[in-house]
Design a protein. Structure first.
Lengths: 226, 596
């Protein structure tokens, strides 16, 4: 039988061995189908955000007007002097914290602790929802008070508003979808839906969530700091 | 990690057995039904594009004769013809159609890994087609910006369909990308994770390799199109200036400032060039299997064919700007992209040599699929050679906006993939329907198509050298174009009408044969690959009956010395038939030489 043939051969050294192993008659990746598919999807999604950010950097170079000072626009005052980027810093902190709770949820999932998994997933979703809430606050402040529009703004290059709404909007959609996804999985976990199938689904949802956080780090660096 | 054969693992999805006519044929989760749905929609929308091209040819061949075609409808026809053929016909038919049908059967799987997502994919694809077709019925008609949709002219006055037309086009593309992503994730995951016992990657038929790499290209390239579509939608709907510079329209300055039209071209071609290979790689794969089966000989240099597919896929991401030599780039970019473009000719030429060497001393059976496959080798070499001209900056500059380019890309990514499509449709028709097509009619169809397309595109190269510009509604009279060019245009139009009408033979054939074709039996071609070894023909739901197959050899054991017949199915154990496949990767042992 074929097992005999495979096990007798033994590992081949070098690149040939790598190719042999990778292309053998078993699953190429030792992960569930859903996890493999999520990884491939995330690579594809990476290309989307890369194109968005590259497009943003390009129009920032081609635009004829000066780029607005982000640190002043995104400053917030709590009674005293305005603190630059304070809201964005809080949002970033919250999103990164949510990655921590997500990792705990994955851990408790594999320990088959349904209650803790559920609550850590709900906490993650709550962090995500508060992120989206603060984003809504930021948007309405910019639109209503500062007069920033997709087609123009009082500070300088019109592309500033276009890029801001497009990129943070697209990322915000990802976070919102993630919150719905996390809550769906969390409630199914609580019902014991995955007792038989195993809790890889928590990790798969976590992969997506970490990805969304990672993307935010790049948006933070390239759009807010640069 | 312990070795766990796939077949011994628990299936992760339960089979969704259809219970009624609706779940069996309409909301079906069976990859074979989905494949036929994809194929049917793609071919139907392809017919629309074919009619559009004939309208264009009638205008060019007989100017000032037809009231039906005015400059606007001419440009709309150019645009819709191009976009439909490239995206909605070729991409959808190769990946959605053949990918869906062949991947699970060739991998020995029961279905795709996520059948529900697969079903969603085809219905979202239908939605994108409907949105695209809707643009024919809105005010201003479909967009006439050319299939590349270059801004700023897409949304400027004077371009037909600059309102709803372009919006519907962009929305339709975005929806198509969603559909493709759902399908594409399935195809890739299925090939990686759901192969049957014994089926190593290096035993996969080249069809699967071609479709796999093309799908990966699609998953990485379509994001650029999605992003450019979103940004252009913003420019059109919200008045942003991503792609729109400060510009004056009919004497009035528009409210745009500081955008970059070149950015769109980069994003578009970062999608657009891999797209060429999204269409070409499945064609390479399918034609390899057809050639090998009908030549009764293993494919020459299988491992090199696989590496060539991977190399072409990788290189296709760093050649995009060769579409932009005339756009005004830094000349050093031109040098870089010309170099990478010419390097891509190496693995491509390797594949052509290997196809020819597969035919060499083969026991060639000239069935209709073989006609189309050999015809493909001709048209592909032809289009590939003119590609070497256009890949060089200095030669491309004068030729770029002439009919030479039209002739080049129609030979290499129009006619060539379509010939493979016909080869593959005839080749797998007996498996899909259980009946044989009409051989004579298929051969007449081949000769009409093959000679007809040469009659169309060979003269176009000459028109290009004369400097006849492409995308012109009418030439009028100019000093540098001789009047005889018009005679040539008339001849091309007659040939095009002939080819267009002769495609009816194909439709008559496949519909007539559904009822009246001979019973095909399970394996009419004597093919070694797995999809011909199913217990039922056409394969039943679940494909393999009670037990998944086990594979003992590659898909190309033809004319093996000492075997009982001139092919050995992939699932025949070593104990029953000799093994000659190259699983042990011995570089000194060249299987290809075994039967020379």
């Amino acid at each position: 039988m074929s097992e005999a043939a495979v096990s007798e051969a033994g590992p081949t050294p070098g690149v040939d061995g790598l190719v042999d192993d990778w292309s053998a008659d078993k699953q190429t990746y030792h992960v569930p189908w859903g996890k493999a598919m999520m990884w491939i999807f995330l690579v594809s999604d990476t290309f989307i955000f890369t194109c968005f950010l590259t497009g943003y950097l390009n129009v920032r170079l081609t635009t004829t007007q000066p780029w607005p000072p982000q640190s002043e626009i995104f400053a917030l005052s709590f009674g005293g002097d305005p603190i630059p980027l304070i809201l964005i810093a809080i949002m970033t902190f919250i999103l990164i914290t949510s990655s921590g709770t997500m990792a705990l949820a994955v851990n408790f999932g594999y320990r088959r602790d349904k209650v803790k998994t559920f609550w850590f997933m709900v906490a993650t979703a709550a962090f995500g929802a508060s992120f989206v809430g603060m984003q809504a606050f930021e948007w309405s402040k910019l639109i209503l008070e500062e007069g920033v529009r997709p087609w123009g703004n009082p500070f300088g290059a019109p592309q500033f508003g276009s890029v801001f709404f497009m990129i943070t909007g697209f990322h915000g959609l990802h976070v919102s979808a993630g919150v719905i996804y996390l809550l769906t999985v969390a409630f199914k976990v609580r019902k014991g839906h995955y007792e038989k199938k195993g809790y890889e689904i928590v990790e798969i949802a976590g992969l997506y969530w970490h990805f969304v956080d990672l993307v935010w780090v790049f948006i933070f660096a390239f759009f807010y700091l640069l | 990690m312990a070795y766990v054969p796939l077949a011994d693992q628990d299936a992760e999805t339960e089979m969704h057995h259809p219970h009624s006519w609706v779940t069996k044929y309409v909301w079906s989760q069976d990859h074979k039904v989905i494949a036929i749905q994809y194929g049917g929609i793609a071919i139907a929308v392809g017919c629309v594009a074919l009619v559009l091209s004939l309208l264009m040819r009638m205008q060019l061949g007989f100017p000032e004769t037809f009231d039906l075609i005015d400059p606007s409808s001419y440009y709309q026809s150019v645009t819709m013809h191009g976009m439909i053929m490239v995206v909605y016909l070729l991409t959808a038919l190769f990946l959605g159609g053949f990918g869906n049908y062949l991947i699970p059967l060739m991998c020995g799987a029961r279905d795709m890994v996520f059948p529900f997502l697969n079903m969603l994919s085809v219905w979202v694809y239908l939605l994108s087609v409907l949105i695209l077709m809707a643009s024919f019925f809105v005010g201003g008609g479909p967009t006439g910006a050319g299939w590349t949709l270059y801004p700023p002219q897409t949304s400027m006055a004077g371009t037909p369909g600059n309102g709803m037309g372009i919006i519907l086009m962009l929305v339709s593309l975005a929806v198509f990308i969603v559909a493709f992503t759902m399908g594409g994730l399935n195809y890739v995951t299925t090939v990686f994770q759901y192969r049957c016992r014994g089926l190593t990657m290096m035993r996969l038929p080249l069809s699967v390799w071609g479709i796999l790499v093309a799908t990966i290209l699609g998953l990485f390239a379509f994001p650029a199109l999605l992003v450019s579509a979103v940004m252009m939608l913003f420019d059109t709907l919200l008045g942003t200036s991503f792609f729109m510079p400060a510009i004056i329209e009919s004497g009035t300055p528009l409210d745009y400032d500081g955008g970059s039209p070149i950015l769109f071209q980069h994003l578009f071609w970062f999608f657009g060039h891999p797209e060429v290979y999204i269409v070409a790689l499945p064609a390479f794969g399918l034609v390899s299997d057809v050639l090998s089966t009908h030549a009764r000989k293993n494919i020459f240099g299988y491992r090199m064919m696989v590496w060539a597919i991977i190399a072409i896929g990788g290189l296709s991401f760093i050649v995009w700007a060769h579409h932009m030599y005339v756009s005004g780039m830094n000349p050093y970019f031109g040098f870089f992209f010309a170099t990478t473009t010419l390097i891509i000719a190496v693995p491509t030429a390797l594949k052509v040599y290997n196809w020819v060497l597969t035919l060499w001393e083969g026991d060639i059976r000239l069935n209709a699929p073989m006609y189309f496959a050999i015809g493909f080798i001709f048209t592909f070499i032809h289009g590939g050679l003119t590609g070497l001209f256009l890949g060089n900056v200095v030669i491309d500059l004068p030729l770029s906006d002439t009919y030479f380019v039209v002739a080049h890309f129609h030979m290499v990514m129009g006619v060539s993939p379509v010939l493979v499509l016909f080869a593959a449709l005839y080749h797998w028709y007996p498996k899909v329907t259980g009946r044989m097509y009409h051989e004579g009619m298929a051969k007449v169809h081949f000769w009409c198509t093959f000679i007809g397309t040469y009659a169309i595109y060979l003269p176009m190269h000459y028109l290009g050298f004369l400097g006849v510009p492409r995308r012109y509604y009418a030439m009028g009279t100019t000093d540098f174009i001789p009047e005889s060019a018009q005679d040539l245009n008339t001849a091309i139009t007659i040939a095009a009408l002939f080819v267009g009408v002769s495609q009816l033979l194909f439709f008559i054939n496949i519909f007539w044969s559904l009822r009246n074709g001979k019973e095909a039996g399970p394996n009419p071609w004597g093919s070694a690959s797995l999809e011909w070894q199913t217990p039922d023909t056409p394969p039943a739901h679940g494909n393999w009956g009670d037990e998944l197959p086990t594979v003992y050899r590659w898909a190309y054991d033809y004319s093996v010395p000492g075997a009982h017949q001139d092919f050995i199915p992939q699932n025949t154990p070593e104990s029953e038939e000799p093994t000659v496949d190259d699983q042990h990767f011995d570089p000194d042992h060249d299987v290809s030489k075994a039967d020379l």
